[in-house]
Design a binder for this molecule. Structure first.
Ligand code: ZN
Length: 499
């Protein structure tokens, strides 16, 4: 077959898979944002059929041949086709090494393990879940041996979510956090001033919240002509294509800040997707490159921008005007301080900007320990609680609010948590570079976000998945991951807030 023919066949299959994934995405969106409850059975059936077909196409040996042929003939094919094939090849090379029947058994285990986890959490009974978690780990460790790794078996799972990031990188990163953030939090707990937060739990009309959040989303640079925002129980972002990026937020009457920061967070994910070069549209390259880089964008909009003093200088009058009764007696400064209240808490998803990464550090240490065999699974609740006491100064009253709180491990997502913390670190490193060119505080204080979005598009967003996280961070900032930017940022910000 000529290479032109190969390219044509390959691109046809890619379009077909992309169409199936688009349909699956829409069904998922519909299910999460308001489809009738009774539609679930038929919807699940349709998802099964379409998802099965997309999977079959992507693992078809004939498709693999096309992928390999294109990757072997880089100079003779256009760059979009090559980048698309290269992405598929990476996937193929990883999954090929795992015997299909073991993968099948593992998928079944995950689905069962999630059910058991739910029950265990409800009954606050870790022992119920432990045998399943043990098996999930046995598979993860076995698969790491199949796919291969350098230096440490945990590197194999890290690589699946954050290509190129290693245990050595994360050890250095978390050591820096431990040295700076743990003592800072202890100092705040002991002698930090008390911040006013009473106004955050007043009642805020949901319709008025909706109007405000749409305005905020537009303001930070999300293009509402090429995207939309609805509501769902768990906020998420879905990119159907570059011109159709959808997000959700969640409104709670007596937690008005919750919707605002969900909107900023998902807005950050959405802006990333909208800014990818349209030439990649309809291929898997038109996606953010990794979970960590994606999270760096969402956290940038949620925290660096969204919880900054400069942004609220500009924005607060608008918010106060939308809620004159609730915020009439609150100054802009009080509002800024209130949304930055840092407090050790038990639940990761409710953690503030300062303490969030400590929750991740605990999960990282446990995952690595289980992989190495230095942590005994049966003692996990005890180990979990001891780490919460050591780093956050609190002890979970139950395993349901402790070691059983996250769904991730039951679903086989091991090596996934570090991406959340890496996102924060990447964001600070990008900002340090961005500030060489832009006066961020001045731009935020005048509500001018366009130059910021342009910078992000030029340096990060436009490339989609063509560059790995490591390549991006080094190209943009001129150095590898360096946690110091993040800890410096947190120290400077929270010392000013509390002392
Ligand atoms: Zn996110």
């Amino acid at each position: 077959m000529s290479i032109e023919n190969t390219v044509q066949q390959f691109n046809q299959k890619v379009s077909h898979i992309s169409a199936l994934n688009g349909a699956l995405g829409l069904i998922h969106w519909d299910g999460a944002t308001g489809a009738p409850k009774a539609s679930i059975d038929m919807r699940s059936r349709n998802i099964g059929i379409l998802g099965g077909e997309a999977f079959k196409m992507s693992v078809d040996p004939a498709f693999k041949e096309l992928v390999k042929e294109i990757c072997d003939n880089k100079d003779e094919v256009d760059s979009v086709t090559y980048e698309t094939a290269r992405l598929y090849l990476k996937d193929i090379e990883k999954t090929e090494k795992i015997p299909p029947q073991e993968m099948q058994a593992y998928m079944e285990l995950r689905s069962k393990s999630q059910q058991v986890w739910e029950e265990a959490r409800e009954k606050d009974d870790f022992n119920l879940f432990a045998p399943y978690l043990k098996k999930v780990y046995e598979y993860a460790i076995k698969f790491a041996e199949y796919t291969g790794y350098k230096d440490h078996p945990y590197n194999a799972v890290l690589d699946m979510f954050e290509e190129g990031i290693t245990v050595a990188d994360l050890d250095a990163f978390f050591a820096e956090l431990k040295e700076t953030i743990v003592p800072l939090l202890k100092r705040i707990q002991k002698e930090g001033r008390t911040l006013r937060t009473d106004f955050l739990s007043r009642k805020y009309d949901i319709e008025a919240q909706k109007k405000l959040n749409m305005e905020l989303l537009d303001l930070i640079g999300f293009d509402l002509n090429r995207g939309m925002m609805k509501e769902s129980a768990h906020p998420f972002t879905l990119n159907l294509n570059v011109n159709d990026v959808r997000l959700t937020t969640r409104y709670i009457e007596d937690q008005m800040a919750s919707a605002i920061f969900s909107t900023f967070h998902e807005g950050g994910h959405g802006i990333y997707e909208q800014n990818i070069d349209t030439k990649y549209d309809g291929t898997p390259v038109a996606n953010g490159t990794s979970m960590g880089i994606h999270e760096s964008q969402s956290r940038f909009f949620e925290n660096v921008l969204g919880r900054s003093e400069a942004l609220w200088q500009y924005l607060y009058p608008t918010v106060q005007k939308a809620f004159p009764e609730q915020l009439g007696d609150v100054t802009a400064e009080e509002f800024y301080l209130g949304i930055n209240n840092a407090k050790a808490s038990l639940i990761r998803v409710e953690a503030d900007e300062l303490t969030y990464s400590l929750h991740i550090m605990i999960r990282y240490e446990i995952e690595k320990g289980l992989f190495e065999g230095s942590i005994d699974m049966d003692r996990l609740p005890e180990i979990w609680n001891a780490k919460y006491e050591e780093y956050l100064g609190i002890t979970p009253p139950s395993d349901a609010d402790g070691v059983l709180q996250d769904v991730h491990w039951s679903d086989g997502l091991i090596g996934y948590f570090p991406s959340y913390a890496l996102g924060n670190a990447y964001a600070s490193q990008f900002v340090h570079k961005m500030e060489e060119e832009l006066d961020l505080d001045a731009l935020m204080a005048e509500g001018n976000y366009q130059p910021i979005c342009d910078w992000l598009k030029r340096e990060i967003h436009q490339f989609g998945s063509t560059q790995s996280p490591k390549e991006i961070i080094e190209r943009v900032t001129g150095e590898p991951l360096n946690a110091k930017y993040f800890t410096d940022y947190l120290k400077k910000k929270f010392e000013k807030i509390y002392f």
